[in-house]
Structures are given as C-alpha cells and as structure tokens.
Ligand binder design. Structure first.
Ligand SMILES: Cc1cc2nc3c(=O)[nH]c(=O)nc-3n(C[C@H](O)[C@H](O)[C@H](O)COP(=O)(O)OP(=O)(O)OC[C@H]3O[C@@H](n4cnc5c(N)ncnc54)[C@H](O)[C@@H]3O)c2cc1C
Ligand SMILES: *[C@@H]1O[C@H](CO)[C@@H](O)[C@H](O)[C@H]1NC(C)=O
Ligand SMILES: *[C@@H]1O[C@H](CO)[C@@H](O)[C@H](O)[C@H]1NC(C)=O
Ligand SMILES: *[C@@H]1O[C@H](CO)[C@@H](O)[C@H](O)[C@H]1NC(C)=O
Ligand SMILES: *[C@@H]1O[C@H](CO)[C@@H](O)[C@H](O)[C@H]1NC(C)=O
Ligand SMILES: *[C@@H]1O[C@H](CO)[C@@H](O)[C@H](O)[C@H]1NC(C)=O
Ligand SMILES: *[C@@H]1O[C@H](CO)[C@@H](O)[C@H](O)[C@H]1NC(C)=O
Ligand SMILES: *[C@@H]1O[C@H](CO)[C@@H](O)[C@H](O)[C@H]1NC(C)=O
Length: 528
C-alpha cells in the first residue's frame, strides 16, 4: 500500500509541474479514486497513466479510427480500465469533483473517436474488463456487461441455444456499451427491430456515482438510454436483453454486379422491393469502388448481401419472384447457423473457426476513415444514382451500405424508445471512405462533403436525419469542452428528431451539472 501511495504522489508531482494549465487537479484526481476504492478491489490494477509501460498498448487496443488515435494526447490524464463497479463509481465521483471530463469506452468503434479523444483534460473509462454474460434460455433473456463485444455475446448465446439470438449487429468487435445505447441494428431489423427494442433492464452509474436499475432510475431515464445516447446520461454497466427466436439453419448469399453489368438498373429495382420483401429477409446493397476490367480503371460494384431466416430453397423462390435481375444461383446460397452467418457478414471465408469471434483485435488493419449517414424515403432516380457513382469514383476507396427498412420498423412508434427513425423509410445509407496514408485525410474529407452534397436532393430533409451509431461530427458539435446549445440542438434534431425535447428534459433532471458531456452530448434545457 505504501508503494502505491508513493507512486500516486509521484504522479501528482510530475503532472503538477508540467501541466498546471492543462491538467487541473489531475494528481488530486488520482488520489481521490484511490481513496474511494477498497483494498479488496484495488484500483491500481485498473489504472494506466503515461508512466505505465503498457499505457500506449492499453490506449491502442480499442481505438479504431486512426484519425483520432493519439496516445500522446497531453489532455489524456489516465485510462481506468475498471475491474469492479466501484472503480466506475469512483471515476465518476472524482472526475466530477475535480472538473475532469470522462470518455466512456466499450469497444472503441465510435466513428469520430469521442470515446478516446478529447480537446480538454480527460480520463478514459474503459469497460472491457467488465464483460460477464449470463444467458437464461428458459426465459429467453440475458444479462450482458457493457465491456463485452457482440462476438462474446453472440457466441455465449449460441453456446446456450441454437434457436435464440440477440437482434443487434453482427460485427464481432463492436462493444455492447456503445452499440446498444446508440440504437444498434443488425440483419434481423425487418423482422425484430433493433437492439433497444429488446432491452428489459439496465444497470447505470449516474452523475452522482449511484448504481441504478430500471426501477430505481425510472421510466424516463430508462427510455433515454435506449437509443438516446447513453454517454449523455451515465455509465451503463450492464443490459438485460430479450432474445428472439431463430431457425437452427439460416441462409446467406453475397453476389455482386458492376456498372458495366447493369447494376444501376438492378439497384433501382432493389429500391422498390427491398423494404417490402418478407420480413425474414434482409437484403443489403453495398456499392463500392473497385478495379475496372482494364488495368488502371475503376468502376462501381454493388455487393448484395442476404440474411434469410429460412432455407435456401425458399430464399431462391423469393428472389426469383421479386428481383430476378439479380441472377441469383443456388450455389451462391449457403445454409448455416446464426453464429456462422455473423462471420459470413464480416467476409470471413466459409469454414473459418468461430473462435475468431472472440478475438477483440480481429478485423481489417486499423485505417483512417470517415463516415456519414442518410435515410431515404423515396427511390433515388437513376440520374441521381449516376451522380453518386461519378462522385464515388473520385475516391480511392469508398463504399456505401444501403440497409433496407420496412417490416416491424414501420410498426414501432417513433417515441417507443429514444431511437426515432422508424416508419416511412425505404432504407438507411452509410457512406464510408477509408485510407491508410495520413496525408490523404484532407482529400478524403473533402470528397465526403461532396458526396453528401450530391446525395442531398434524394434523401430525408428538414431535418436531414442521421444515425447516432454512425456518428458524424460535421452535423453540429461543441469542440471545446463546453456545450454549445445551438450546435447541440442542430445535431440532436438530426439524431433524435421529435424525441430531442424529451431527451433534453431528462438530461436536465438527471445530470443537472452537465457532467456527462462531449462534442455531441444532449444539451440542458435552461442553456437554451
Ligand atoms: C466495423 C464497424 C461495423 C459496424 N457495424 C454496425 C452495425 O452493423 N450496426 C450498427 O448499429 N452499428 C454498426 N457500427 C457502429 C457501431 O454500432 C457504433 O460505432 C457503436 O457506438 C460502437 O460501440 P463501441 O462500444 O464499440 O464504441 P465506443 O467508441 O466505445 O462507444 C461509442 C459511444 O458510446 C459511448 N459508450 C460506450 N460504452 C458506454 C457505456 N458503457 N455507457 C455509456 N456510454 C457508452 C461512448 O462514450 C461513445 O459515445 C459499426 C461500426 C464499425 C466500426
Ligand atoms: C501502472 O503503474 C503503477 C505504478 O508503477 C502501478 O501501481 C499500476 O499497477 C500500473 N498499472 C497497471 C494496470 O499495471
Ligand atoms: C507518440 O510519441 C512517441 C514518442 O515521442 C512517438 O514514437 C509516437 O510516434 C507518437 N505517436 C503518435 C501517434 O503520434
Ligand atoms: C464480385 O464477385 C466476384 C465473383 O464472385 C469476386 O471475384 C469479386 O471479388 C467480387 N467483387 C467485389 C467488389 O466484391
Ligand atoms: C459453422 O462453422 C464451423 C466452422 O467454424 C463449421 O464447423 C460448422 O459446421 C458450421 N456450422 C453450421 C451449422 O453452419
Ligand atoms: C486476433 O486478430 C489479430 C488480427 O487479425 C491477430 O493479429 C491476432 O493474432 C489474433 N489474436 C489471437 C489470439 O488469435
Ligand atoms: C408517443 O406519441 C403518441 C402519439 O404521438 C402519444 O400518444 C404517446 O403518449 C407518446 N408516448 C410517449 C411515451 O411519449
Ligand atoms: C506526407 O506529407 C509529409 C509532409 O508534407 C511528407 O514529409 C511525407 O513524405 C508524406 N508522406 C507520404 C506517405 O506521402
């Protein structure tokens, strides 16, 4: 214990001398969290400062966008990789007392890096050590701590039952903390809705450091954390989720066509049918830049990915009746378990061992990227599609996902949870560009703006809606550790539509000091 105390004093001393201006009270902060945790659950085991040799690797483990990944950020005081709930509570209480911002990180996939980067002094509260999962097959429920990944969760459920699943995303490294609170969706969205439609209960540390559950937090706060941005309201420790029924065998396929193969016509027809197909079928279209037939030439290929809760035979019949233009062949279809479909969607070759889903650092090498989103309510005319392709071809590496809506999404009211984008959408667009050379950043950001402008006439307007889980800092943000309400209301109205007002009221009631704040957090009412 003496050793620990002297180390903390050393940290206080070092950080005091070089950083009076930029790191207010950071030494006292570390002393505070130490004093508020017990020797049985020592926080030193969870604490990384710049002095620890493992600090950088701990930072980098969960920083997915190289644009924001900077372990040398002098505002970053410490990483607290909580091993016990009391570590989370101490971090909240002490950061609040000493005026330090926290950034909550589960899987670290935030598109704009808000979970691991800040322009004011901050600590990262990293949840990855808190990741236990218990599945209750009889009641079709599970408790999952927020540091678990979707790969952990989907594997645990599959081990317990072949016919139950969680109706969220499939990308195995996504954190359950960010993914669920942002209204995460997956390829059962048309049949079962989204992650927040299947949350029964939650454990949350509020701005005073108390641990609340659904009953003690009340229905307002419980509503807000389901799609209304968890990080504006507290630290979610765990979710209790409902599991949905799935067949033991599902069918998937992936086929592509290029512009030269007439894909614009196929995709136009896709726009007319994809939201009206049987809700057991989710058929994503993913346009992307790719090499053309001649060397040095580029073209657009659209990959069509299907997930069908049924057999290949029935899937073939549905496609042949509704979208024969796709030219689907029986040999394109693979029947497999739900867990195996998650690997198929991540582009692992069929037969890849499922243990890859538990690898928290798997996936493509880290790159620089920029994403944006849109909701589409009427088909994009072919001229519009041509303009989009023309702009995409200016990128080295750009891709889009057109994710069909319809099914139950048309039936769930926009205010049932804080996630508002429900009825009346044909599909949701993800725009993405990625690059590996830091020097290409400005060019790619410029092209992304251009692509977003080109698409404007064809997508939702007043407001132009955006998906919180596809965070886009350009649509309004407060850059300096304050909350600029005008900016916050602009981005809030795009992410939350008519639910913003209630979210602001709940924010004001449960976090009146605006402790849980960051570039796009929900503003307080009185600050209007
Ligand atoms: C490769 C890839 C694939 C994706 N696929 C999908 C998809 O299929 N469907 C989909 O919906 N989205 C998808 N996304 C987006 C993804 O759901 C979001 O980026 C999500 O926020 C990631 O959660 P995380 O915990 O990994 O991220 P983090 O960066 O850790 O967190 C994201 C946000 O949530 C907050 N947060 C994290 N944990 C907590 C917590 N415990 N309590 C309170 N706030 C918390 C953070 O502070 C931050 O604001 C994808 C993203 C990537 C990079
Ligand atoms: C970081 O270093 C301090 C001082 O040596 C030590 O007490 C602490 O346990 C280290 N943290 C981790 C996670 O190893
Ligand atoms: C951080 O600083 C170290 C040492 O100065 C340097 O080697 C490293 O490249 C820097 N990392 C980043 C991301 O700037
Ligand atoms: C399209 O499909 C072909 C054949 O299945 C494959 O070789 C090619 O890599 C795919 N192209 C893209 C862009 O996915
Ligand atoms: C799932 O994939 C594994 C390879 O990891 C394979 O052995 C197994 O047969 C597949 N199961 C099903 C039902 O698709
Ligand atoms: C996890 O995946 C990464 C990236 O593919 C790889 O480098 C690493 O070896 C894998 N880890 C394990 C334990 O398999
Ligand atoms: C949702 O909106 C409907 C109709 O607009 C209203 O009747 C209902 O009270 C609202 N529900 C909540 C929880 O606000
Ligand atoms: C990036 O730009 C810097 C400075 O402009 C230059 O020194 C460096 O060589 C460039 N890197 C690449 C990979 O082009």
């Amino acid at each position: 214990m003496n050793e620990i105390v002297s180390v903390l004093f050393l940290v206080m001393f070092v950080s005091d001398s070089d950083a009076k201006l930029t790191k207010p009270n950071c030494g006292y902060f570390l002393g505070c969290i130490c004093s508020r945790t017990s020797p049985e659950n020592p926080i030193t085991e969870a604490l990384y400062t710049h002095e620890n040799s493992t600090f950088v690797s701990s930072y980098l483990s969960y920083t997915h966008n190289k644009r924001y990944s900077n372990p040398n950020n002098t505002n970053l005081i410490a990483i607290i990789a909580a091993k016990h709930e009391s570590h989370v509570q101490a971090t909240v209480v002490c950061a609040k007392s000493y005026g330090i911002q926290i950034r909550i990180r589960s899987g670290g996939h935030d598109f704009e890096g808000v979970s691991y980067n800040s322009y004011v002094p901050f600590v990262i509260l990293d949840m990855h050590n808190l990741r236990s999962i218990t599945v209750d097959v009889a009641n079709k429920k599970a408790w999952v701590q927020t540091g678990a990944t979707l790969g952990d969760l989907n594997t645990k459920i599959a081990e317990a039952s072949k016919t139950l699943a969680f109706a969220g995303g499939f990308w195995s490294t996504l954190g359950v903390g960010g993914h669920i609170s942002g209204g995460g969706y997956g390829n059962m969205i048309r049949k079962y809705g989204i992650s927040v439609d299947h949350v029964n209960d939650a454990q949350l540390v509020d701005s005073s450091g108390k641990i609340l559950n659904r009953v003690s937090m009340g229905e307002d706060l419980f509503w807000a954390i389901r799609g209304g941005d968890g990080a504006s309201f507290g630290v979610i420790l765990a979710w209790n989720i409902n599991l949905v029924e799935i067949p033991e065998t599902l069918t998937v396929f992936k086929v592509n066509k290029t512009l030269e193969q007439g894909v614009t016509d196929v995709l136009y027809k896709w726009q007319l049918v994809s939201s009206k197909l049987p809700e057991e079928l989710f058929l994503r279209a993913a346009p992307q830049t790719t090499d053309g037939a001649k060397s040095g030439e580029k073209t657009i290929a659209v990959n069509f990915y299907a997930q069908f809760l049924g057999s290949a035979e029935i899937l073939m019949a549905i496609i042949n009746n509704n979208l024969p233009e796709l030219g689907l062949k029986r040999e394109d279809c693979y029947e497999m378990s739900w867990l195996n479909t998650t690997m198929f969607w991540m582009n692992y070759p069929v037969g890849t061992p499922t243990r890859v889903l538990l690898n928290r650092t798997s996936g493509p090498p880290r790159a620089f990227y920029k994403c944006k989103s849109d909701y589409v309510k009427k088909p994009i005319p072919k001229e519009g599609m041509e303009k989009i392709w023309k702009t995409m071809l200016k990128f080295n590496n750009a891709f889009m996902e057109w994710n069909p809506y319809g099914g139950v999404m048309d039936l769930i009211p926009a205010n049932a949870t804080a996630f508002p984008h429900r009825k009346g959408n044909l599909f949701k667009i993800l725009y993405a560009a990625s690059w590996t050379d830091a020097n290409a950043t400005n060019a790619n950001l410029g092209l992304m703006k251009e692509l977003y402008d080109v698409a404007e006439p064809y997508v939702s307007s007043n407001p132009r809606e955006a998906f919180l889980n596809y965070r886009d800092i350009d649509i309004g943000s407060s850059p300096n550790g304050e909350t600029n309400c005008e900016e916050a209301k602009i981005c809030g109205s795009k992410y939350f539509l008519g639910n913003l007002k209630r979210l602001m009221e709940i924010k004001t009631k449960y976090d009146p000091d605006n402790f849980f704040k960051y570039e796009q957090s929900i503003p307080l009412v009185h600050a209007m």
